[in-house]
Design a protein around this ligand. Structure first.
Ligand code: SF4
Length: 71
């Protein structure tokens, strides 16, 4: 059985800068879309740059666990 997606758990690992590069108004809005299979991790460009490598790895684990879209 698929694990219920907790968007707060996803949000904890996002940059939380609300930069809007993903096209959403905030990281929380993006986390909700990610949890609903309406966005992919790759759309958060800052995650793939600079200082977010550890957070990205945590998110990739969660994405796999939840069966969500990575790209
Ligand atoms: S691109 Fe990433 S850091 Fe920027 S608002 Fe979207 S989820 Fe947040």
């Amino acid at each position: 059985m698929a694990k219920k997606v907790n968007y707060i758990e996803l949000l904890k690992h996002l940059p939380r800068t609300n930069c809007k590069e993903c096209g959403e108004v905030s990281c929380m809005a993006f986390a909700v879309k990610l949890a609903k299979h309406e966005a992919t991790l790759a759309e958060c460009k800052p995650l793939f740059q600079g200082d977010y490598e550890n957070e990205r790895k945590e998110l990739e684990k969660l994405i796999e666990e939840y069966g969500l879209k990575a790209a």
